[in-house]
Design a protein around this ligand. Sequence first.
Ligand code: PGA
Length: 249
Amino acid sequence: MKWIVANWKMQLGHCAAVDLTKTLKKSLGKAKAQIVLCPSFTAIEAVGAVLDTSSLALGAQNVCAEMVGARTGEISPLHLGELGVQYVIVGHSERRAHGETDAEVNQKVISVLSAGMTPIICVGETKAQRKAGKTNAIVAAQVKAALKGLHTRHRERLIFAYEPVWAISSQAGSKPAIPSDVVPVHQMIRRTALAAIKGIKASQISVLYGGSVDAKNARAFLSEKEIDGALVGGASLDAVAFKRIVESL
Ligand code: PGA
């Protein structure tokens, strides 16, 4: 199974998110992949109501690491679960850039799994780190840190999204990757995750690719055996482009 995840970031308000969901629900109802829509928190309930029993799933872009407590302005995994959220993006580079640490990412992964949802754990190196030949070391460390302390109760399904920071379209000077840049890193992420959790099966781990995926390059990435799907930012805001990405499977 492949996943195509739409990360709408902070680009769509409530009304625009509902409109786009209605269009996608009509056009993507029979998609071969599992589609996941990740709106802003304020649109989650309404997007979920539009999706209703459709095969498209509801996701969130972030979550609090704690389940309950005096955390003004935060959103508990339990609250997301109550609204029908099934997937939660954790550790996106845009959050890491604002101070989210590996330890927080780890706590969030554990909380998301405990609340019965699937984390989409973002990992990836910066341009300078790739240039310095540190890609594998940086990404492996992110993977290991994200999975620290996970045990048998916590290993239903783990989705990683390998997103080299230098390839994300919103980054100044970004440059799209090509499959040969990323496939070896996907292999390494899978190997590292398998080694990090005793007894986990390869079938429980999926590794998506993210970074400037669009209607033109999607097929090249998605046809790779090592790439289990895509996390799409900019191109997921356009119903036609997003449909073409899904259809390139
Ligand atoms: P992009 O964003 O597809 O616009 O590069 C991907 C992401 O940041 O998740």
